[in-house]
Design a protein around this ligand. Structure first.
Ligand code: PNS
Length: 184
């Protein structure tokens, strides 16, 4: 019997409950699902690829998805999918606003590699407004992200924000002591 392997490519910076919802849905319809983190040197991410990989692996282990693994890749998604012998690319569509970009990407991927199929799935409605970008923004501005990401991710984001705040305050203190010295 033919086994269907799919990749779920993305940035996952950080992984959210919406990603986890989609991974669960994908794990139910594909025999094997590889969550593939893009190594993108042009982006300035909040988390390193290694951190994102650890968070996704922990989420998958906690949820008990035994046909899901995590990997990283660079270059074209279609080339990576072929190297893995995958037949499908899984992507999530939350709202109509996602559709145009996702359609463009799916059609370009089909042009590049007609044998690969893009499969769109919708996360639960309660995650339809959720994105990694908004999670980063809410956390940076001091809002709660507790219901938006798994607890282990929330913890990591909080740690990042603490370091960033300490760094910013440290710089402020350094600035204040410099200006005091100037006045003296
Ligand atoms: O989570 P994201 O940032 O929406 O994921 C976008 C991603 C990684 C799927 C997309 O940028 C991608 O496939 N990049 C790899 C390079 C590539 O194949 N580009 C052509 C896409 S048509």
């Amino acid at each position: 019997m033919k086994r269907i392997k799919a990749i779920y490519p993305g940035s996952f910076d950080p992984p959210t409950n919406g990603h986890l919802d989609l991974i669960e849905r994908g794990s139910k319809i594909f025999d094997e699902l590889v969550v593939a983190i893009l190594r993108n040197p042009e982006k300035d991410p909040l988390f390193s690829v290694a951190d994102r990989r650890k968070m996704l692996e922990a989420m998958i282990t906690t949820a008990g998805f035994d046909n899901v693994s995590v990997d990283t890749f660079d270059g074209l998604t279609v080339d990576y999918a072929l190297r893995l012998d995958a037949q499908a690319i899984l992507r999530g569509i939350r709202a109509i606003s996602d559709y145009e970009y996702e359609l463009q990407m799916a059609l370009m991927n089909r042009k590049l590699q007609p044998a690969l199929e893009t499969v769109f799935m919708m996360p639960a409605e309660k995650y339809s407004y959720l994105s990694s970008r908004l999670v980063r923004e809410v956390a940076q501005l001091g809002g709660s992200i507790d219901c938006l990401v798994p607890e282990l991710v929330a913890q990591k984001v909080r740690e990042k924000m603490d370091v960033a705040h300490k760094f910013a305050n440290g710089n402020d203190l350094a600035g204040k002591s410099r200006s005091k010295k100037k006045k003296a």
